[in-house]
Design a binder for this molecule. Structure first.
Ligand code: HSE
Length: 306
């Protein structure tokens, strides 16, 4: 195979209770990447459309991730990456993860698949580290594996794919401001009180159990964030109002998508996810803040070859 075209989807990390460990993959929104072999070894960024991204291979998360892969698996061929960037950087739905995971996935296919999707996470992490200043896999894992994922350990990359209850739909609203993960991580505290830690790990355990047992009420009770949301919510316009509107209109849970500013909700059924979206956008309509809104099923497959 000389070239490949792929769809690299957006994702929602943290899911309220699981900072840096939980995530799920979205369906309708994602980047289109075209990767082709070249005669000169190494990696280059070709054209970028849709958004402004660095062309310098040392500064682009896609090429940095591919360089990490090629260091472990050298190739006489080189690779050119063309990106139609449809996920806005700094929107909170895994823009850098889609680029990094998409690039290593595509190059791995062109190399004859030396690595599994799970093994590709380690290389894509180099891209995430460049983008956010901290290597975290909670967006990369759902993009590569699809569905819901849990990163049990960030160091050994012990990553689990979790089941998806059949009626679950996501609503994501992106108020059009840019919030860089590196900045929304900088305001977090390094230590948390034991009481909050206890609440948080109770919720993570219950959330995972709810996915296995399709217990939507338990899922709803466990989508709480005692640790991160209170700190980050002040960076997001009308966060509390939007979240409360989502819950009042019937969402199972709602919170910050990844590091924000997008706000996500999970609902039972597509009709409810649409109703929740209508309620969420009311506040941004009132203050005249522009937004994008997405209604999505859970993307079970992750990255797709086109
Ligand atoms: N877990 C990361 C964070 C996700 O919240 O900083 C960033 O998309």
């Amino acid at each position: 195979m000389e070239e490949i075209k792929i769809f690299a989807p957006a994702s929602v990390a943290n899911i309220s209770c699981g900072f840096d460990v939980l995530g799920f993959c979205l369906d309708p929104i994602g980047d289109i990447m075209h990767v082709s072999k070249t005669e000169t070894p190494g990696v280059q960024i070709g054209t970028v459309t849709g958004q402004e991204l660095p062309i310098d291979p040392l500064k682009n998360v896609a090429s940095v991730a591919v360089s990490a892969l090629l260091e472990a698996h050298p190739s006489k061929k080189g690779f050119r990456i063309d990106i139609d960037k449809r996920i806005k950087p700094g929107s909170g739905i895994g823009s850098s993860a889609a680029s990094a995971a998409g690039a290593v996935f595509a190059v791995n296919e062109l190399l004859g698949k030396p690595y599994s999707r799970n093994e590709l996470v380690q290389f894509a992490m180099a891209g995430e580290a460049l983008a956010s200043g901290a290597a975290h896999a909670d967006n990369l894992a759902p993009v590569l594996l699809g569905g819901f994922t849990l990163v049990r350990c960030n160091n050994t990359l012990d990553i689990l794919k979790l089941p998806t209850p059949p009626d679950l739909f996501a609503t994501v609203i992106h108020p059009k401001i840019e919030l860089k993960t590196i900045h929304s991580r900088a305001i977090l505290k390094n230590e948390i009180p034991l009481k909050k830690a206890v609440a948080q790990w109770g919720n993570v355990g219950a959330f995972v159990s709810a996915l296995y047992t399709q217990d939507y009420e338990l899922l709803s009770r466990s989508m709480q964030d005692e640790v991160i949301e209170p700190l980050r919510s002040m960076l997001i316009p009308k966060f509390n109002e939007v979240k409360q509107a989502a819950l009042a209109s019937g969402a199972l849970g709602s919170g910050i998508s990844g590091s924000g500013p997008s706000i996500y909700a999970l609902s039972k059924g597509k009709a409810m996810a649409i109703k929740v979206g209508d309620a969420m956008k009311t506040f941004y309509d009132q203050i005249g803040l522009d937004y994008d809104i997405h209604i999505s099923s859970i993307n079970e497959k992750g990255i797709k070859i086109l």
